[in-house]
Ligand binder design. Structure first.
Ligand SMILES: Cc1cc2nc3c(=O)[nH]c(=O)nc-3n(C[C@H](O)[C@H](O)[C@H](O)COP(=O)(O)O)c2cc1C
Length: 209
């Protein structure tokens, strides 16, 4: 069992280019969502919701917005970085089988959220754990997941009728894939290298590295 979970953790990838577009079997999707919903949450608030976006018109609208945000980011880069960025695919919104938007409701279980009085972000952390559960479960199911964050929250709220107080935390692209790469795309494209574990380890106190 341990070997399995480590295997899944290390096989997981952020997918943009390898989606086949084939449908996700219903039972497989249900298991993935059930795993997401089993995540820990501050004060047992389970502050997440999952919007399954199958409508192609909605996905096209979102995709156009992502292209615009991509251009905004590209304009902030120096010419050399802009060239590297131009070769990097940042989403599989149209090629994937399904989009899942994961949202955060800060009011769920409030006002007395056990464990959030001093750290408001603890609610958001909980949503991220649900996303990670979803990501790992999808990997175990042989599916790919890609997280798209090239969007403005008000745009996604308007597009999907999400109430003002709710935050769209992630737009996830999901579906069967041809394969999972063994190296992150950003590393393969020379954007950034992963940091070795030892560079992130500190003993007793923070040490500058
Ligand atoms: C919060 C968050 C937002 C991300 N947004 C994007 C995105 O908009 N587009 C993209 O291509 N990848 C996005 N990613 C994926 C990261 O680029 C990816 O996780 C990282 O490069 C490491 O690769 P790996 O997930 O395959 O290990 C995001 C990941 C996280 C955790």
């Amino acid at each position: 069992m341990n070997a399995n979970i480590y295997d899944v953790i290390h096989r997981r990838r952020d997918v943009r280019a390898q989606f086949t577009g084939e449908p996700i079997p219903d039972k497989s999707l249900r298991r993935v969502l059930t795993a997401a919903h089993a995540a820990p949450s501050v004060g047992l608030t389970q502050p997440w919701d999952f919007i399954l976006v199958r409508d192609v018109a909605l996905r096209r609208e979102f995709f156009a917005h992502v292209q615009h945000e991509r251009d905004c980011f590209a304009e902030t880069l120096d010419p050399e970085a802009a060239q590297r960025f131009a070769r990097i695919k940042i989403d599989g919104v149209l090629e994937s089988s399904l989009s899942i938007v994961v949202t955060y409701d800060p009011d769920r279980g409030s006002p007395a959220v056990l464990g959030r009085h001093a750290i408001a972000d603890a609610g958001l952390y909980s949503v991220c754990l649900a996303i990670q559960n979803l990501w790992l479960a999808a990997t175990a199911e042989g599916l790919g997941v890609g997280w798209v964050s090239f969007y403005r929250e008000p745009f996604v709220r308007d597009l999907l009728d999400i109430p003002e107080r709710i935050r769209p935390v992630a737009w996830l692209c999901l579906g069967p894939v041809t394969h999972l790469e063994t190296t992150p795309d950003l590393e393969r494209h020379g954007w950034r290298q992963r940091r070795p574990l030892d560079a992130a380890l500190h003993q007793d106190r923070w040490t500058a590295k």
